[in-house]
Design a protein around this ligand. Structure first.
Ligand SMILES: Nc1ncnc2c1ncn2[C@@H]1O[C@H](COP(=O)(O)OP(=O)(O)OP(=O)(O)O)[C@@H](O)[C@H]1O
Length: 233
């Protein structure tokens, strides 16, 4: 069953035409990864879904259009974005960051999140701004869970983190997937995408130029060389 359907999506910043016909489909309970070079339009795709960019085209979630819907209403329908800059409150402690994000009635409480993120439990009373990059990323994901999302949008969660932390984040994403969460992941690391995602979409200059399974991604060296920065391959 389709959770998110994007068809012929165009997006603009002022007069710059950034997305030029993006097509992405995410099935319920599955993880789709969007790969692409810097500036390809990956973040803009996530921001478009959340109603943060001027768009044209089709975006439906659970069968209902979200185009033109205010961002807080889109969030209320069960979408949560973890942005690249993490958007945590640096002067509040970990527990406060979680409490403040919790939506009424959400089964996710700070204590429930701590079960899934033991790293955060250890830093419970630390100001978020004092956490390491990896801990901040965990906190940003935990904060998004507090809203009880059906679809989690993750923008380059592993960027700039040490390999051991990247492995922990991969485990975490697999755990969330095992709990039935639907995930749209933006990533530059092919290893991370291959470990987590069921379907991969390569974005180049505002268009999806290739979509396929993990098996076909790993056997498509020509596609990767053409559309990605190979140091990440
Ligand atoms: N607020 C903005 N105003 C104008 N142009 C923007 C804005 N944000 C992004 N852009 C431009 O839109 C294009 C796509 O940017 P986007 O952030 O979606 O790329 P990306 O694939 O996520 O890359 P990165 O990995 O660098 O974040 C780039 O050319 C970028 O310069």
């Amino acid at each position: 069953m389709t959770a998110l359907l994007i068809r012929d999506l165009h997006a603009w910043y002022e007069k710059s035409h950034i997305l030029q016909g993006v097509d992405v489909e995410v099935q319920k309970g599955k993880t789709v990864a969007i790969l692409g070079r810097n500036g390809a339009g990956k973040t803009t795709t996530l921001r478009s879904i959340m109603g943060l960019v001027r768009t044209q085209g089709t975006i439906t979630f659970d069968g209902r259009s979200v185009v033109g819907v205010p961002t807080h209403e889109i969030a209320g329908r069960g979408l949560a974005l973890v942005p690249e800059n993490r958007a945590i409150f640096s002067t509040l402690d970990v527990r406060e960051n979680l409490s403040i994000a919790r939506r009424k009635g959400s089964p996710w409480t700070p204590d429930a999140a701590a079960e899934l993120f033991p790293v955060l439990r250890k830093r419970w009373k630390s100001a978020a701004g004092r956490l390491s990059g990896g801990e901040q990323q965990m906190l940003a994901i935990a904060r998004a869970l507090m809203t009880n999302p059906k679809l989690l949008l993750l923008d380059e969660p592993t960027e700039g983190l040490a390999p051991v932390i990247v492995d922990q984040l991969v485990e975490l994403m697999l755990n969330l997937k095992a709990r039935g969460l639907t995930i749209l992941l933006v990533e530059q690391s092919i290893q991370v995408c291959s470990a987590v995602a069921d379907v991969h979409a390569i974005l180049d200059e505002g268009r999806v130029v290739w979509t396929g399974s993990t098996a076909s991604l790993s056997s498509s060296a020509d596609i990767l060389a053409k559309h990605l920065t190979l140091e990440n391959a």
